[in-house]
Write a protein that binds this ligand. Structure first.
Ligand SMILES: Nc1ncnc2c1ncn2[C@@H]1O[C@H](COP(=O)(O)OP(=O)(O)O)[C@@H](O)[C@H]1O
Ligand SMILES: [Mg+2]
Length: 259
C-alpha cells in the first residue's frame, strides 16, 4: 500500500517556480529521507502536503485519499512536525496543549490522560508540564510538538528538519523513536540537510535540488551501487553523493578576498 503519493506537483510563489513536477512515492511502513540544500524546496513540499497553501498543479494522495477532496479524513491519519515550532499555543501550558490536541482528534479523556503522562515522561518534560509554552526552549517546543503528534498516533508522520537545534541526547532519542515507530508499521518522511542523521534511520532517500528530485535510492545500496563520475570510485557516504550532485560545479577554492 502506498502511504504518500505526490504526482507532478508544481508550486510557484508569484512568477517564481519553486517545485517542478515533483514526483514522490512512499510505501506504508517506510522511513523515507528527503534531503537537499537550503532553499531546495523541502519545506514547500511539506507545506503543500499540510495544505497550508494551494499548489499550481499536481495531485497528493495519502493512503489513497486525495488531499484536496478528502481533507478531514486525510488529516486524521497525518501528523506533521513543522520546521518552525514557534507557533504553538503560547498561552497554554504543556499539559493543556496535549489535552487540546487530544480533544480535537476525538480521544477520550482517560486515554488523553495516560498518554500525556507517558509522553511527558518519555521526553523528559515532566517538570515543564504545568509551565506556559512561552517559557519553553526551542528543543522543548520541538519535543512538545512531537508529543502532540504521537498522542493521536497517526499512520503517516512527516518531520521537517526534526534534528535542527537539538542536543545530541535528544537527537539520539528521536532516532530511537523513529526506529520504534517503524517497528509499529508507521510511515515516516523526514527532511534534513544534516545527512549523517538521515542515513542510519531511513530505508530510502531522495535528493531534492532547485525544486526537482535529482536522485533516489534505497539507503542500503548507496555505498555499493553508485560511483563518482570523475574518480569512478564507489561513494563512501550520502554526504559525498549529495555534494557531487548539488555542487553545480562551484569552485571550492574560492575564498573571500579580504579574509
Ligand atoms: N512564502 C514564500 N514566498 C516566496 N518564496 C518562498 C516562500 N516560501 C519559500 N519560498 C522560496 O522557495 C524556495 C524553497 O524554499 P524551502 O521550501 O523553504 O526550502 P528548504 O526547506 O529546502 O530549505 C526558496 O527559494 C524560498 O526562498
Ligand atoms: Mg526547510
Amino acid at each position: 500500500m502506498i502511504a504518500l503519493r505526490i504526482q507532478s506537483l508544481r508550486k510557484s510563489f508569484g512568477n517564481r517556480v519553486v517545485l517542478y513536477n515533483l514526483e514522490l512515492e512512499i510505501n506504508k511502513g517506510q522511513i523515507f529521507g528527503l534531503i537537499g540544500p537550503n532553499g531546495a524546496g523541502k519545506t514547500t513540499t511539506i507545506n503543500c502536503i499540510a495544505g497550508l497553501f494551494n499548489f499550481d498543479s499536481g495531485k497528493i494522495e495519502i493512503f489513497g485519499r486525495d488531499l484536496i477532496t478528502d481533507r478531514i479524513e486525510v488529516k486524521k491519519n497525518l501528523g506533521i512536525l513543522f520546521e518552525n515550532t514557534e507557533s504553538l499555543f503560547e498561552y497554554l501550558n504543556g499539559e493543556e496543549q496535549l489535552q487540546f490536541v487530544g480533544e480535537i482528534y476525538g480521544l477520550d479523556k482517560a486515554t488523553i490522560k495516560t498518554r500525556t503522562y507517558e509522553l511527558f515522561e518519555y521526553f523528559n518534560l515532566d517538570i515543564f508540564r504545568w509551565k506556559s509554552i512561552s517559557e519553553y526552549s526551542k528543543g522543548m517546543r520541538k519535543k512538545l510538538a512531537l508529543a502532540s503528534i504521537l498522542l493521536y498516533n497517526p499512520d503517516l508522520i512527516i518531520m521537517d528538519e526534526p534534528f535542527d537545534g537539538l542536543d545530541t541526547l535528544t537527537v539520539k532519542k528521536i532516532k530511537e523513536l523513529i526506529k520504534a515507530l517503524k517497528k509499529n508499521n508507521k510511515t515516516i518522511l523526514i527532511t534534513s540537510h544534516i545527512l549523517s542523521y538521515i542515513e542510519d534511520v531511513t530505508d530510502e532517500v531522495a535528493i531534492i535540488n532547485n525544486g526537482k528530485i535529482i536522485f533516489k535510492s534505497p539507503t542500503n545500496e548507496l555505498r555499493t551501487k553508485f560511483r563518482n563520475s570523475v574518480t569512478n570510485e564507489y561513494y563512501e557516504s550520502l554526504e559525498e553523493i549529495f555534494l557531487d550532485l548539488t555542487s553545480n560545479g562551484e569552485d571550492d577554492e574560492k575564498m573571500i578576498g579580504w579574509l
